[in-house]
Ligand binder design. Structure first.
Ligand SMILES: [Zn+2]
Length: 483
């Protein structure tokens, strides 16, 4: 060292310090190009199990069961007010251990369908202080907890920036697909901002006029009924899901950035990559059905599916064909929205039908990643926004959280509903691909999840729904106001 000048020593020192730093940076610079988030709306753990039993007569056979990361998430809102409180009043707290308490309870849940005995203090905890889909979507999309009804709107009454905006700023494309109206709470959470989820018309106008998303798809057609039959709109209200009559007319004549597609054949053609976009680069799909692709059709059984509606997997394949044109990548949110509607109706055949449609969509997404991308390039997250129905086994009035009883493939499992509304259960999260490990590094222990016989030790852990935003942003290498 004696022969070296002071400046040479400084250079050597700098090199020895920076080289490991550079190596570290290079390691941490592996980012996803794409993130695909799939949300089965209102699907507690036993809803996923019911669908698997019906499909396979067994658990562990779904494509997401093979994902590297499997754990749970908390979903509780900031508070249960329906307007901003601008204060800490009524703040919801959460301790997962309370869910499992099995002391007898004489409390009841007064639902719309009927009154449900709580049976156990754990059920009482699970059926109270729950999130709605708007606060849940805001948590998933913006990373912030808020009041129920808020679409990317804070409890301080201010606008929150959502992942879709960050993604578009990063040069990537945004896509949103749902089996319910594309202005419903969950899709709105990835597209818009509003202090009230019920302002459908304003939400639709923001979606169309901002042009933020490259693809938006769902139901909500003003000229069709819930059976997919042409039906003249009764009044202006019939156009609220698509932004009002004027807004719809502009879309229909091609006077927006979006190519409007409506017919099932067009969704199929887009999925097969041979639909003429008529010079447009963006697609707004509104299937020819009023509110849901399937669920709101006549009857309550799983029979007589509408042949006029595209299925969620077909819509998702089409959306992938459009957003993947962006060389920088994309963020795609896909919602099985009517799983929640079936839970509100305590309708077992149709909740299974909806969850299977969702599961087939996850399969289509995994297939797309493996054929057109890779797990180094893409992160896939599969989850729900909250539980609904507190679906449990038929003996769950005697034994807390008794599991549903498998009756084999093609047969309905034996179940008992404990509410017709949302819950604050811990809900499943499955992840695979670039950045999926983030969840494992931040998860907290919830040993009581061992009450579910099928959870391994690694699965007895949970994250918070806001961490799904963190994971998506981190995976994409996007700096947010949270990190
Ligand atoms: Zn929901």
């Amino acid at each position: 060292m004696k022969n070296l000048s002071k400046s040479a020593v400084a250079v050597l020192l700098a090199l020895s310090l920076t080289q490991p730093v550079l190596a570290e940076q290079a390691k941490s610079e592996a980012h996803a190009k794409n993130v695909i988030l799939l949300i089965s709306d209102g699907a507690g753990m036993q809803t996923w199990n019911a669908a698997s039993y019906y499909r396979f007569g067994a658990l562990g056979k779904e494509v997401y069961d093979k994902f590297d990361v499997k754990l749970f998430a908390s979903t509780y809102p900031l508070n249960t007010s329906t307007t901003p409180t601008k204060s800490n009043d009524g703040k919801v707290t959460f301790d997962p251990e309370n869910l499992w308490k099995d002391q007898a309870s004489t409390a009841e849940f007064k639902g719309k369908l009927r009154t449900y005995p709580n049976y156990f203090t754990g059920y009482q905890y699970a059926t109270s202080d729950y999130t709605d889909s708007a606060a849940a979507a805001t948590a998933l999309a913006s990373g912030y907890k808020t009041y129920n009804n808020a679409i990317n709107w804070s409890n301080d009454d201010t606008r929150l920036k959502h992942i879709g905006e960050y993604v578009v700023e990063s040069g990537r494309a945004l896509g949103v697909v749902t089996s319910v109206q594309w202005t419903h709470a969950t899709p709105a959470g990835f597209l818009a901002h509003n202090n009230n989820r019920n302002n459908y018309q304003e939400i639709a106008q923001e979606i169309i006029n901002s042009g933020l998303a490259t693809v938006v798809m769902g139901a909500g057609h003003p000229y069709y009924d819930n059976d997919g039959k042409a039906s003249a709109p009764k009044d202006d209200k019939a156009f609220r899901y698509v932004g009002g009559k004027e807004s719809w007319d502009k879309l229909a004549v091609g006077d927006t950035e979006y190519r409007l597609i409506e017919r099932k054949e067009d969704f199929v053609d887009l999925a097969n990559n041979h639909l003429d976009l008529k010079g447009k680069k963006k697609v707004l799909g509104t299937a020819q059905v009023k509110e849901t692709l399937q669920f709101n059709r006549a009857g309550t059984s799983a029979e007589n599916r509408l042949s006029t509606s595209p299925d969620l997997a077909t819509m998702t394949k089409g959306a992938l064909n459009v957003v993947s044109q962006n060389p920088n990548g994309f963020f795609l949110m896909v919602e099985g929205g009517a799983v929640d509607w079936a839970a509100h109706a305590n309708n077992l055949p149709r909740i299974i039908e909806e969850q299977i449609d969702f599961n087939l969509t996850v399969e289509a997404v995994v297939d797309w990643v493996e054929k057109n991308s890779s797990w180094e390039e893409t992160l896939v997250i599969v989850t729900t926004d909250h539980g609904n129905g507190l679906l449990q086994g038929v003996n769950s009035d005697q034994k807390a959280y008794a599991e549903i009883i498998n009756q084999g493939a093609g047969a309905l499992p034996l179940v008992r509903w404990h509410t017709d509304n949302h819950t604050r259960e811990l809900v499943p999260v499955y992840a695979k691909g670039q950045g999926a490990n983030y969840f494992t590094t931040i998860a907290k222990d919830a040993p009581s999840l061992a009450n579910y016989s099928y959870t391994t030790k690694e699965m007895q852990r949970y994250i918070d729904n806001t961490n799904i935003f963190d994971a998506a942003a981190k995976s994409l290498g996007i700096k947010t106001d949270k990190n």
